[in-house]
Design a protein around this ligand. Structure first.
Ligand code: PGA
Length: 244
């Protein structure tokens, strides 16, 4: 019998959270994970950079892992406002999200830049969560699979081992509109075809919530969820975390 790995449930807080509410959220989740036996999932919290150090403190010993939301591909230097993978590792991160569609859209990040960030993460022992996904126009033009396959080919560093890929259709992010499980299965199958490697988890993201998490997690090739809005509330995120 093959043992299925636990689902990977990552919370992307985006630009939300001051110290008090961020710590309260992290400690509520840390407490639930400490009390859970066995752990329902591998849980990763990705707070804004300002909270990473403090959140690392409250998560200590809980088994909940910490991730950054972005990184620079260079290790240090004159890059005002940026955070390097070494800095993330230094405060206790094990993961970093790279190539989120909000960064591709708002900061003109290309697949090449995303691949360089992912490679920088790997070189520091961090697991990059590499995001891909088509826009609504691309889906309506029948290009979803081709766009996503191309992003995976160009954003995942050669060989791909040690990475996580997240399929996040842009039109499903923050909209309350989730991709159908048929669409998710189809795109995840295409991503698996490109990756070829069974060990790379493929997450789904885009309006994942307590109401749809179980169905999404039961979809072929879905190894976990990348959760935005529903990760900002301990009860909702816990329901997602325990849905697998
Ligand atoms: P959402 O965000 O769950 O709020 O749609 C997901 C994401 O952007 O990672």
């Amino acid at each position: 019998m093959t043992v299925q790995p636990l689902p990977l449930i990552a919370g992307n807080w985006k630009m939300n959270g001051l110290v008090a509410d961020g710590l309260a959220l992290a400690s509520a989740l840390g407490d639930r994970m400490r009390a859970a036996s066995p752990a329902p999932c591998t849980m990763v919290l990705c707070p804004p950079a300002t909270l990473l150090g403090a959140v690392a403190g409250v998560l200590e010993g809980s088994g909940v892992l910490l991730g950054g939301q972005d990184c620079h591909s260079e290790e240090a230097g004159a890059y005002t406002g940026s955070v390097s993978t070494g800095m993330l590792a230094d405060v206790g991160c094990k993961f970093v999200i790279v190539g989120h569609s909000e960064r591709r859209r708002d900061f003109d990040e290309t697949d090449e830049m995303v691949a360089a960030k992912a490679a920088a993460a790997l070189s520091r022992g961090l697991t990059p969560i590499i995001c891909v996904g088509e826009t609504l126009d691309q889906r309506e033009a029948g290009q979803a699979i081709a766009v996503v396959e191309q992003q995976v080919k160009q954003s995942v560093p050669a060989g791909g081992s040690g990475v996580v890929v997240a399929y996040e259709p842009v039109w499903a992010i923050g909209t309350g509109r989730t991709a159908s499980t048929d669409d998710v299965a189809e795109i995840h199958g295409a991503i698996r075809g490109v990756l070829g490697e069974a060990a790379i988890p493929i997450l789904y993201g885009g309006s994942a919530n307590p109401g749809n998490a179980a169905e999404l997690l039961a979809t072929p090739e879905v190894g976990g969820l990348l959760v935005g809005g529903a990760s900002l509330d301990a009860e909702s995120f816990w329901q997602v975390a325990t849905a697998g």
